[in-house]
Every structure is written in C-alpha cells, then in structure tokens.
Ligand binder design. Structure first.
Ligand code: NAD
Length: 361
C-alpha cells in the first residue's frame, strides 16, 4: 500500500503518546521514523514501531529522558542517554557538540546508553544545518549480529559509520551506512514481506551464504516483533577485511571509548553508543578555499563516464534526497505485513478502531 507521510506520522505519534511518551517526544519519534521512510531507509522507519513499543513495555526504553553530562570540557563531553529514546537523547548530544564546535572550532561528544538512534544521517544532517562537518562512529550493545571477516559467529553489531559535510547553497553530503553488508533493519523489512536482502548477505553457522531472514529471526509470526535469536546465523561484514576492520573501529570508538559497551561478549541491554566529531570549516579555512574546491571536485567526480548506459555517478546523500522528493509527492510504499504490525501496535497501545480511522482521516 501507499500511505501519505502525514497520515503515517499521525498514527505513529498517537501510538507512542498512548504508550506513555509525552506529546513532544511522540511527535519527535514519529517524525524521525517517517523521515527514514521518506529518504528510502525503510529499515529505520515505521517498521521499528512494534519493537520500540515492546521495549517500552519491558522497561528497556524509557520515555522523556534528558542526557546526563558525565564529563565536560570546552572541547569534549561524555553524556549518558539513560536508555531514553535515541530520537530524544541523540539530538541533545548533537546540540552540545554543535555549541562546543562553534565556540572552539572542533568538539568530540561521546554518547552512551542511548535508545536506538535510528538513521545516523539525521544527526549528521543536524550538524550540517548548523554549518558543521561531522563524523560518527556508532555501535549497538546488546545487538550482536555480524560475523567478522574470516568468521561465521556473531561478534559485531551492524555498527554504522556516518560523515556529513555541509555545502553552501546545496544539500549536505551525507555518507551513512551500516558496516554490515545490510543493516539489520533491512533483514527486518525482508522478514516483514518487504524488499529481499541481496543474495549472500547472511551466513549460516556452517559457513553457507544465504538471504533467508529466518537465519536471524527464526520464523516470527506476521504481527510479532521479530527477535534476533541467538545461536543462529549472522549478517556478514561489508567490504571483506576492510569493512570488517571499520566495524571493529566503530565498536571500539562508539562502544568502548564512549563507555556504552561493545556488542559482546555476554548479554547486554540494547544501547547505541555514538562517538561524534564536529568541525567548523570556518575555523580551518579562513581563506574560504574549502567550499570552492569541494564544488570543483564534486563536479569532477560526478563527470566520470557512467559505468552503464543511462547511468549516473551519485554523491552520498543524493539517493536519499531524490527518494524524499518522490515519496513526499507520491506517498510511502509499505508492505502489508509492516502496515498490519503498526495497526496491531496501535490496538495494543489501546487505540480504538474509530480513533485509528479518525487519525488516518
Ligand atoms: P545503504 O547501504 O543504503 O548505504 C547508504 C549510503 O550510501 C548513503 O550515504 C547513500 O547516500 C549512499 N549511496 C547509496 N546508493 C548510492 C549510489 N548509487 N551512489 C552513491 N552513494 C550511494 O545503507 P545501510 O547500510 O543499509 O544503512 C541504512 C541506515 O541504517 C543508515 O541510515 C544507518 O545509519 C542506519 N543504521 C543504524 C543503526 C543503529 O544502530 N542506529 C545500525 C545500523 C544502521
């Protein structure tokens, strides 16, 4: 089905409000999830609603938290998200980084114990809107899913890496990806009847490559939030030894240095850790060389002959900008399974059928 972004945002916001978040937080979480669907990352969109609600019920995700500042100097801070919604505590941490980098030219912020921060690109976009370059190393404690290069057993989270670069008068460059072949959410989308993951994205304990989501989740029913079962297969690290090495660095910087905790060993409560570096280009480049050189260089990169007839070299962030424009105009495509699990979450949160109909208009 196709659903308009506004209707989707309203129903998701109503679910979180009924589940116990403030109106402001419900709206923030809904906007963030729907925005991930708009940019084409359905893996980090509304498909997450049942899992977030379940985590709230279990007390693993807490409403309306404010970051606690553990360490504070002019150029760095360590902050604790207290297992609050990532969509609430991450922007607080980013705000702190923006303020420090504006005052001092650069800043490093270590965020620990955040609920799922969603699409990391949101936070690089927030920094870019403030005119700052940013780099983010992220891990997910309690979400061990990815086999390292040369292994079949889970050792890493999907540990995303992200960098954002503002461009005067243009949308920012946003490079933002999981260091696994696919983000876990893409397996979740496939498990819910959406786009299948590419062949060989997953690995069975015996080393066989597969694309079957049951490798991660077993056979969850259509309305159940799939849980990542232990002792089954893994997602593969991207980019052979190089991607596997970057995943390791994300675990060490996002997980260990922040105090969040790495993906393993042993069970841990789910928490995203995010080590972010913010840089003010003006502090590096008083002569204004950077924006003009970047413009020339990006034109040069895009001018490379396409590998396929009718193809095009895209910059990081361009696929998302195009998807946002198209989906805002045409609506967001949702597989029936994903939609049904949102309706089930709405009913589970106590919304009556007539309320759901009224919200959807
Ligand atoms: P992906 O494989 O779709 O890669 C996305 C990146 O590649 C973007 O920067 C995009 O602009 C760029 N890109 C895509 N196609 C391109 C092309 N043809 N030419 C040039 N650049 C192109 O992303 P993914 O690995 O599936 O990750 C999806 C999302 O999942 C990310 O937003 C990530 O932050 C998020 N994530 C979050 C967590 C978490 O714990 N919070 C964990 C893993 C992933």
């Amino acid at each position: 089905m196709l659903i308009q972004a506004d209707a989707l945002r309203r129903i998701v916001s109503a679910i979180f409000a009924r589940a116990g978040c403030s109106a402001a937080e419900s709206e923030r979480v809904a906007r963030s999830l729907v925005s991930a669907n708009l940019v084409g990352h359905d893996s980090h969109g509304v498909v997450r609603v049942p899992r977030y609600v379940q985590m709230m019920r279990d007390g693993r995700l807490l409403p309306d938290r404010t970051i606690e500042i553990v360490t504070d100097t002019p150029v760095l801070a360590v902050v604790d998200g207290g297992f609050g919604f990532g969509q609430t505590v991450a922007p607080q941490a980013v705000r702190l980084g923006i303020d420090k980098a504006r005052r001092n030219g650069a800043a490093v912020i270590a965020l620990r114990n955040a609920g799922h921060v969603g699409r990391v690109g949101d936070w690089a976009e927030m920094a870019a809107e403030a005119g700052l370059v940013s780099v983010h190393f992220v891990n997910a404690a309690g979400s061990i899913l990815v086999a390292p290069f040369g292994g079949t057993e889970r050792r890493f989270s999907t540990a995303p890496f992200c960098a954002g670069v503002p461009r005067p008068g243009e949308p920012p460059l946003i490079l933002d990806f999981a260091t696994s072949v696919v983000a876990e959410g893409k397996v979740l989308v496939a498990a819910k009847g959406g786009k299948p993951v590419p062949p060989g994205s997953l690995i069975e304990p015996d080393g066989r490559l597969t694309s079957d989501p049951a490798t991660l989740y077993g056979d969850a029913g259509p309305d159940a939030p799939p849980e990542k079962r232990e002792n089954r297969g893994a997602i593969r690290a991207m980019g052979e030894h190089k991607g596997s090495g970057l995943a390791l660095i994300c675990e060490l910087l996002g997980g260990a240095l922040t105090g969040n905790g790495t993906a393993g060993p042993g069970p841990r409560p789910f928490a995203n850790g995010m080590l972010s570096i913010y840089m003010d280009p003006a502090a590096f480049d008083a002569a204004g060389f950077f924006p003009e050189e970047m413009r020339r260089y990006l034109d040069f990169v895009k001018s490379a002959r396409p590998a396929e007839a009718g193809g095009e070299v895209l910059l990081p962030g361009e696929p998302e900008q195009r998807s946002r424009a198209k989906r805002l105009a045409e609506g967001i495509p949702l597989p029936d399974d994903a939609w049904n699990s949102i309706l089930a979450a709405a009913r589970g949160a106590g919304l009556r059928e007539e309320e759901i109909r009224a919200i959807l208009g």
